[in-house]
Design a protein around this ligand. Structure first.
Ligand SMILES: [Zn+2]
Length: 185
């Protein structure tokens, strides 16, 4: 996906064994996400406008929390080990498509969920398959049109008699879908 994350300058290869480099990269990325979120606040209406501001708690308090990341999902997704500091009591908008901070947080959670499903499937002797389907379009097609066509097409692939027959024939148990929207000049 050419998300906002890929619009930045390409960064050099990270030496994961160097804790200082890892921490610096993490800090840079967070600063970048926060800068984008600040920009978003001035444009967004409703939920997203308040993301990252006090309001997560009734009394409006914000607390600095230090947690041990080792062995947790934070370690798996950010490469952090040892202690991580974070704020508690901030409002989060939860807008996965809009918000740079929430999309990373929700993406990490979903990655964990998919990993759980795959591990279960593998343990039962199943084979996971990864398929990438691309959608051709031209300049005059709007994103809304493309998404509408995709919804119809995906429905035809996964629902109805023919799809059910394919499921039975191939022993297909289900699917997990991720939608990626690319961006170009
Ligand atoms: Zn947010």
């Amino acid at each position: 996906m050419r998300s906002w994350l890929t619009l930045r300058e390409t960064q050099g290869k990270l030496d994961r064994s160097d804790v200082v480099q890892v921490q610096d990269r993490r800090s840079e990325r967070r600063a970048e996400r926060w800068a984008i979120r600040r920009g978003m606040r001035s444009l967004a209406k409703g939920r997203s406008a308040g993301c990252g501001l006090p309001g997560g708690r009734e009394d409006g308090s914000v607390v600095l929390k230090v947690t041990d990341a080792t062995g947790t999902s934070a370690e798996a997704t950010t490469g952090a080990n040892g202690r991580i500091a974070g704020f508690s009591g901030l409002w989060t908008c939860g807008m996965v498509w809009m918000c740079p901070e929430c999309s990373v947080r929700i993406g990490a959670k979903r990655a964990e969920e998919v990993a759980t499903v795959l591990a279960h499937h593998l343990a039962e002797g199943g084979d996971p398959l990864l398929i990438t389907l691309t959608m051709r379009h031209h300049r005059q097609h709007s994103l809304a049109e493309c998404l509408k066509a995709l919804t119809v097409a995906w429905g035809k692939v996964t629902q109805g008699r023919a799809a059910q027959d394919d499921y039975a024939l191939l022993g297909l148990r289900g699917w997990v879908r991720a939608l990626e929207i690319t961006h170009s000049v």
